[in-house]
Design a protein around this ligand. Structure first.
Ligand code: GLN
Length: 545
């Protein structure tokens, strides 16, 4: 029978509730239990696909094509498992289902009400995920912070589950403990207030994870224990860490896993965090760097620049670097600085300082020409290059223009009347786009890719097939395949069902690979993605220059 652990946040958002949830899952998994995790986002959006990266950070994509919150990516990475649409709940999804059911007369004439019908729908979704994953434990992370209006109905669902099965439901509050500079002391009051808000919703936390800059000391633990009504052993430190992968180990130092099991009257079935410990040791001790430049379009909000929209790429670079016992150093290079013809070309020379360059995915034409310049520089100077989705499409445009003499080559995404549309939408998509049916025009989720033998990709995958996740509308236009191939582009991966190009490579280059899919979504700390691995391997070859 499944057990449910709800994780709610106190004081403020952005304190790492997602990685805390993923870490708790990792610990329970290491003790021999089957774990799954659900992210609840309180917004009205049905999924994250329609939000821009400033609003939302990265849009993570699962195998089944769900466009969801990046925390689902954290769960996948920590638990090394593939999740589905059942692992993601939003207010929009819940209301949509209830309203649809009402319209279909499935409530048999009765009045449909916010309470209990909305929480009941939430509960049935949580139970469905438990069943489908045959989970011993379901972690449910409730987005936002306690006390706010938006997530109330989800807390209500959690409360209702607790009354119906008190022994199977546990609450964890992840709360922030500030250390104001002028006081120099860690303050517990905001956490006390957060606990009170949770109490008002009818919920008593069983465990409190104290997020702070440093470890919680005895007086702090005692205070939280008394004022928040939890045992002192259930107040767990969650200090800042250099690497998120340390977090499960830190929690275990405070015995979190066994505290949880004890509350459910369970015993560990085994204990196995050895591989994880080895990885963390590498993370903490490797010194030799590998320098990767990411030529992207960066998002600014006020005085802050957001890197969150590239989180899966960052993690994938890290996983591959650690595999080779290298310390990943990631540099953010704004594509726009390569655009201006004079200063731009001078700026390009800096790319030589890096061991490898990535052009990530993206939408919209800001920075596109700068990215094309950077790609040309990498191709001609034999700098290892990995192009992801838009990064692949632009390497096709670059190659068409500069190696095949198709001077007007472009993607129809950026110039709809382009004469040499090397990147274009498929005909069946065009009809949908005309009717503004954008929803049906994205290629989303996992597609099969057949890999050509004797290519760099084949060397990486060591297999004739892979399955990789997509999120894009445009494709390499098959009409141009022949000219591109003639000049030295290799179509190294093909989707067999639709005959679409999935991977391109360039001949006589140490590593020049572009993928129409997003390999970064499938990289895991202990199982780096083969293409990222091969890319980093090429980047650290000393004989490159
Ligand atoms: N904008 C491009 C497309 O829709 C690339 C998308 C991406 O990089 N994810 O095809």
């Amino acid at each position: 029978m499944a057990r449910f652990i709800f994780v709610a946040g106190g004081v403020m958002s952005g304190i790492g509730k997602g990685v805390a949830t993923a870490s708790i899952g990792k610990i329970l998994q290491s003790k021999g239990f089957k774990v799954t995790a659900i992210k609840i986002d309180p917004y009205i959006n049905v999924d994250a696909g329609t939000m821009n990266p400033i609003e939302h950070g990265e849009i993570f994509v699962t195998d089944d094509g769900t466009e969801c919150d990046q925390d689902v990516g954290n769960y996948e990475r920590f638990l090394d498992t593939n999740l589905t649409t059942d692992n993601y709940i939003t207010t929009g999804r819940v209301y949509q289902a209830v309203i649809l059911r009402e319209r279909n007369l499935e409530y048999e004439g009765r009045c449909v009400e916010v309470v209990p019908d909305i929480p009941n729908e939430v509960i049935s979704r949580i139970k469905k995920a438990a069943k489908k994953n045959k989970a011993d434990f379901v972690l449910v992370e409730i987005g936002g912070t306690v006390g706010e209006y938006q997530n109330m109905l989800f807390l209500e669902a959690a409360r209702m589950m607790k009354i119906s099965r008190p022994k199977n439901v546990l609450f964890i509050l992840v709360s922030y403990l500030p250390i104001p500079e002028m006081i120099g002391e860690m303050k517990t009051k905001p956490t006390q207030n957060a606990t009170k808000s949770l109490n008002e919703a009818g919920i008593q936390p069983d465990i409190i994870l104290g997020r702070s800059r440093v470890l919680l000391d005895e007086p702090r633990k005692r205070k939280i224990s008394i004022f928040c009504n939890v045992a002192k052993e259930d107040v767990i430190s969650a200090p800042d860490v250099k690497s998120i992968y340390e977090i499960p180990l830190n929690f275990e130092k405070e015995n979190l896993g066994n505290r949880i099991l004890k509350k459910f009257d369970l015993r560990p079935r085994k204990q196995n965090l050895e591989d994880w410990k080895k990885l963390v040791k590498i993370i903490k001790t490797t010194k030799r760097p590998v320098k990767i430049g990411v030529v992207g379009k960066y998002f600014e909000t006020g005085r802050f620049t957001l890197m969150d929209s590239y989180i899966s790429i960052i993690e994938a670079i890290k996983h591959a670097s650690w595999f080779f016992k290298r310390k990943p150093e990631i540099y953010w290079l704004s594509a726009e600085k390569y655009e201006n013809s004079e200063q731009g070309s001078r700026n390009l020379a800096e790319l030589k300082k890096f061991d490898g360059i990535i052009v990530p995915g993206g939408f919209g034409n800001r920075g596109v020409e700068g990215k094309i310049k950077a790609i040309e520089f990498c191709r001609k100077n034999k700098i290892p290059y990995l192009g992801l989705c838009l990064g692949m499409q632009l390497s096709v445009v670059e190659f068409a223009r500069n190696a095949c003499g198709l001077r007007r080559a472009a993607s129809t995404e950026f110039s709809s009347k382009c004469q040499e549309p090397v990147i274009d939408v498929m005909p069946e998509q065009k009809a949908l786009l005309k009717e503004k049916k954008y929803g049906g025009t994205m290629r989303l989720g996992a597609y099969k890719c057949k890999i050509k033998p004797k290519t760099v990709s084949f060397r990486a995958f060591r297999s004739f097939y892979t399955s990789e996740r997509h999120r894009h509308r445009y494709e390499l236009n098959n009409e141009f395949r022949e000219v591109l191939e003639k000049k030295g582009m290799i179509m190294a991966g093909i989707n067999p069902e639709k005959n679409l190009v999935e991977i391109i490579e360039i001949k006589n280059h140490p590593f020049f690979v572009g993928t129409q899919f997003h390999p970064e979504y499938k990289s895991r700390p202990l199982r780096p993605h083969p293409l990222f691995k091969e890319f980093v391997k090429a980047a650290i070859q000393p004989q490159r220059f």
